[in-house]
Design a protein around this ligand. Sequence first.
Ligand code: PYC
Length: 331
Amino acid sequence: MRHSFFCIDGHTAGNPVRLIVGGAPLLKGDSMSARRQDFLARFDWIRTGLCFEPRGHDMMSGGFLYPPTRDDSDVGILFIETSGCLPMCGHGTIGIITFALEHGLILPATPGRLKVEVPAGVIDIAYEADGDKVTAVSIVNVPAYVAARDIKVEVEGIGALSVDVAYGGNYYAIVEPQGGYTGLDDMGAARLIELGGLIRQAVQAKFEPVHPLDPTIRGVSHVLWADKPRADGADGRNAVFYGDKAIDRSPCGTGTSARLAHLAGSGQLAVGDRFVHESYIGSLFTGRVESETTIAGQPAIIPSITGSAVATGFNMIWIDRSDRFWDGFQV
Ligand code: PYC
């Protein structure tokens, strides 16, 4: 049996975004969070088939548009990625919204603004356009907070580390320069990946975060290596490790949100402050601490992230069950 998926491919700040506009499965569930669980239970082969080799690669990421389940939202997004179905993805949202607007797939009731239901909650979008081209997308994200500070781990190859865990739509282990971690340029991508996997495992063994309002969102999925900036105008640089072998090419929207909560929580940022985050390859997102809030009584912030995306082409992808590698593989 052959399944066809019509995709708009592109990138946000260098990281891939595959918007699947044809071939989305019908999902059960009265929220995007419930639909995420249904997708994982019944259709995960679509994610692995479209994200893993030979149709994808280590960084592949994307999503589907769905009608929202809530009256206050214009559209719903389900994210797919090599590591799973993320509750929220910042670079993915910027790409998906850009491609959908540029191709007339979403007609906002209020030009320039959208409310989007994602598995992690509801986000507000503001966008700018020049004719048919979307030039910038800003996301006012779900509440971000620091889940734990100073988790001490001992990791082979780098030694003792103190790591903080913050949530920005996914849970991040944040590693600042210290001891054996002397900065991104000293390490190189291969070591950041190898050590990122070991750090994620070591942190998880000591502390498994669970979202206080949605227990299906749990576990440290990403490691954010923090560093000082290199690019003009940037305030910080990062390399975000995800999946098994990926370093985010973008500054990572949910990672930037987690980092904003992390810096605000230690008094290094205040409401209204901007933080320009530089990625491993030098691309930029502008983050901002919009306001303070709480999540189940814990201090939290509402972060925003602004960036832009570029569509690179249409892609009609087949998944044919007679292909030995129909649902993809990883090495
Ligand atoms: O931009 O939120 C993000 C993201 C998550 C994983 C890769 N990018």
